[in-house]
Design a protein around this ligand. Structure first.
Ligand code: FPP
Length: 260
């Protein structure tokens, strides 16, 4: 469930190679989702401005993307800005947008070289112009890559995604393109921002808050949760490897019975 329950986590001096050896590379999650939480508290605990927490959070993201590339993970969806984050002071919103723009311009060559495809979910057309331009640049440059899909959830809300999907479905029914009887789970999944992506296998939430916070509400139905009190800026390659090892020890039954 969390790092503290994992005996591996208690063993000190365990190095990355040992952790990697403990990993079964044929049983890695295909799609990982992360709520990058705890930046503000991390900074406040250190008597630093919240902005420093977000800046450190970008470094954690860099490390996690790097490891996802090394391990050949297919999809990483990160919650970077929610539909509710507009309630924050304008100054903090500006910093988050600036960090996003800086991240994209500074990382793009590296991401591209590593075959990463940048994509987004959420209503990005209301983001500041500079963020929209940086996203367009990153997505255009990497659109033909077929390594990791780095999916940035920006101005994303799970409820808004469902409302938008329901509107699309209703429109298709109204136009006679879809019969209500033919609507099934695949129809709903296909009308979400995540479209054809498989549901996340693993959701990671640092910071000690145990809630979903309007993230991927439909898609998390059978996702394994890995929760930790570690703040996102302290989330490093070790922590990520622990989470993956823990995930591999889960028995996923999807409501059925375990197969031996
Ligand atoms: C939650 O921490 C984090 C966010 C709202 C934003 C996450 C953003 C980044 C990691 C950096 C920018 C993103 C990219 C893609 C470069 P919080 O502020 O809610 O922390 P708190 O709960 O401790 O206050």
């Amino acid at each position: 469930m969390s790092t503290s329950d994992n005996p591996l986590f208690k063993s000190e001096n365990i190095n990355e190679d040992e952790l990697k050896r403990a990993l079964n590379c044929s049983k890695l999650p295909c799609h990982i989702a992360i709520i990058m939480d705890g930046n503000g508290r991390w900074a406040v605990n250190k008597n630093m401005p919240r902005a420093e927490g977000h800046r450190a959070g970008v470094e954690s993201l860099r490390k996690v993307v790097e490891l996802c590339v090394e391990l050949k993970i297919n999809i990483l969806t990160v919650y970077a800005f929610s539909t509710e984050n507009w309630k924050r002071p304008q100054e903090e919103i500006n910093i988050l947008m600036k960090l996003l723009v800086e991240y994209l311009y500074s990382e793009i060559n590296n991401l591209h070289k590593n075959g990463v495809r940048v994509s987004t979910i959420g209503n990005t057309w209301v983001l500041p112009q500079s963020a929209q331009e940086a996203l367009k640049m990153a997505m255009t440059k990497t659109c033909n890559n077929n390594g990791l899909t780095l999916n940035l959830a920006l101005n994303y809300g799970g409820r808004m995604e469902l409302v938008d999907g329901i509107k699309d479905i209703a429109r298709e029914v109204f136009e006679g393109k879809l019969s209500p009887e033919d609507i099934d789970e695949n129809t709903v999944s296909g009308h979400l921002y995540t479209g054809d992506y498989p549901d996340p296998d693993l959701l990671i939430r640092p910071s000690g808050d145990f809630r979903v916070s309007n993230f991927l509400l439909w898609q998390l139905a059978y996702t394994e949760f890995w929760l930790t009190t570690i703040m996102w800026p302290d989330f490093d390659r070790h922590t990520f490897l622990y989470a993956l090892i823990d995930f591999q020890n889960r028995k996923r039954r999807f409501g059925g019975l375990e197969h031996s």
